[in-house]
Design a binder for this molecule. Structure first.
Ligand SMILES: Nc1nc2c(ncn2[C@@H]2O[C@H](COP(=O)(O)OP(=O)(O)OP(=O)(O)O)[C@@H](O)[C@H]2O)c(=O)[nH]1
Ligand SMILES: [Mg+2]
Length: 437
């Protein structure tokens, strides 16, 4: 345990900045009781919201509000924690912060410092901290569910199960090494260890399979609008965004730069990207736009391939990652059976197109929220898989060698939950939190 008695006590506004009915100010550290007693009178009973008048050093009233005291170690950070729920005005918060930070041993918190202390006290593992960060950033229902599950420790729990199974296999191999005489063939204990490793390997592979979905839900599904000039791509972007984002005009080649909007489609986070109309162009700027459009199509999760009903219907091949869309259905023309007919002019087919997009993206998902959501998770699990695959491919090899592969796999899992090799990850992660988290 680290000695925290001389750690500074930190204070920060934990609610969003700006005017609000109520704002929350948090305090954590050894001076918390003193902070409460000097500003809010006698210490309130633990975990009971208590109405108090908050006073400055001259005894003048700053505000009235609810005060809560969470004694350590059963608090968020593991230290003594206090919460002030006061009126959410700039002046109240400024006066209260001035008062608190003037007390000895108290200073303003740095970004993510509350969560960092919680992590250091063992209240959250690294994956849970990442889940908390994602939950605070979550904008759609799928993001919320995935982040919540991770914050509640689903990945940490699973990693712990993998790890203890592997440690059991390691023990078996150690016994095998102890009991076997020189020149002996490797025996039943090694066999048993290999079986355990195989089972863990299967489970790791399954988790790895959820990564691409986890990453998509965290970062957003990329849906690209593609097609010839004047197909109505920018018009559709504006209609789906319900905002006038992109310039629309009858001039072919209007859009050059890719424009993106973030949408919440039935709980799925989507990054919808409008691109330049595809055609040969002598204009270097337009040609660059077309090149970028093609590159975006390559990395899209779903491409909406647009053409106007009054254009040649057989020009555009569609594939699995494409939805064919016939635009301007209010005009005379033809629609192929595989096309979704829409009109931005009269709204026809837009709701159906949205449902089709959601159905396609949902089809990429398995039922449960994904376990792996970041490149860091993928890399750690892939490293564990690599080590165990090597082991599984060498039955009968000296148990010392197999034990080394298990050790490497266990190390990878320790990195996953942040037991080792965390400093650089922590610095970037906590820097991404706001002050007061
Ligand atoms: N009648 C009708 N006209 C439409 C519809 N959608 C778009 N248009 C018109 O078609 C023209 C081209 O629309 P845009 O949305 O700019 O087409 P685009 O595909 O973005 O074109 P580029 O950016 O040049 O590649 C504009 O004059 C729009 O008003 C529609 O549903 N019905
Ligand atoms: Mg356009």
């Amino acid at each position: 345990m680290i000695d925290r008695t001389h750690q500074p006590t930190i204070v920060a506004v934990s609610s969003a900045p700006g005017r609000a009915g109520v704002a929350v100010l948090r305090v954590s550290g050894p001076q918390t009781r003193f902070v409460l007693e000097t500003t809010a009178g006698i210490l309130p009973p633990p975990r009971v919201a208590t109405l108090r008048t908050l006073r400055d050093e001259a005894g003048d009233e700053i505000d009235r509000g609810l005060v809560l005291f969470f004694p350590g170690p059963t608090s968020f950070t593991g230290e003594d924690v206090a919460e002030f729920q006061v009126h959410g005005s700039r002046a109240v918060l400024a006066a209260l912060l001035r008062r608190l930070t003037a007390l000895p041993g108290v200073r303003l918190a740095e970004a993510g410092e509350f969560t960092r202390r919680a992590f250091e006290a063992g209240k959250l593992d690294l994956a849970a901290v990442e889940g908390l960060a994602d939950l605070i950033d979550s904008e759609t229902e799928w993001q919320r569910r995935q982040a919540l599950r991770q914050m509640e420790g689903a990945l940490g729990l699973q990693a712990g199960q993998w790890r203890s199974a592997l440690l059991e296999a390691m023990t078996l191999l150690a016994a095998e090494i102890d009991f076997s005489d020189e020149g002996d063939v490797e025996g039943p204990l090694q066999e048993e260890a290999l079986q355990i490793a195989q089972a863990v390997l299967g489970s790791l592979r399954q988790a790895l399979g959820s990564f691409s979905m986890g990453e998509r839900v965290r970062e957003g599904f990329v849906v690209v609008l593609s097609g010839p000039p004047n197909a109505g791509k920018s018009s559709l972007l504006n209609a789906l965004a319900r905002r006038d984002v992109a310039i629309v005009s009858p001039v072919a080649g209007t859009t050059r730069d890719a424009l993106e909007v973030r949408l919440d489609l039935d709980g799925l986070p989507v990054i919808l990207i409008d691109t330049a109309g595809l055609r040969e162009s002598a204009d270097p700027v337009e040609a660059e736009g077309v090149r970028r459009a093609q590159a975006l199509v390559e990395r899209a999760d779903l491409v909406l391939s647009l053409r106007a009903v009054d254009s040649d219907p057989f020009r555009m091949p569609a594939d699995a990652a494409t939805l064919a869309v016939a635009t301007k259905s209010d005009l005379a023309g033809s629609v192929r059976p595989d096309e979704h007919a829409i009109s931005v002019a009269n709204g026809q087919g837009l709701a159906e197109l949205l449902s089709a997009i959601v159905a396609r993206l949902r089809g990429l998902a398995q039922g449960e929220p994904a376990l792996l959501t970041r490149e860091r998770h993928r890399a750690a699990v892939a490293a564990a898989i690599e080590a165990l695959q090597r082991m599984a491919a060498s039955p009968g090899a000296p148990s010392e060698l197999l034990a080394e592969d298990i050790r490497l796999a266990v190390m990878a899992l320790e990195r996953l939950v942040g037991r080792i090799g965390v400093e650089d990850v922590l610095d970037t992660l906590f820097a991404g939190f706001c002050i007061g988290k």
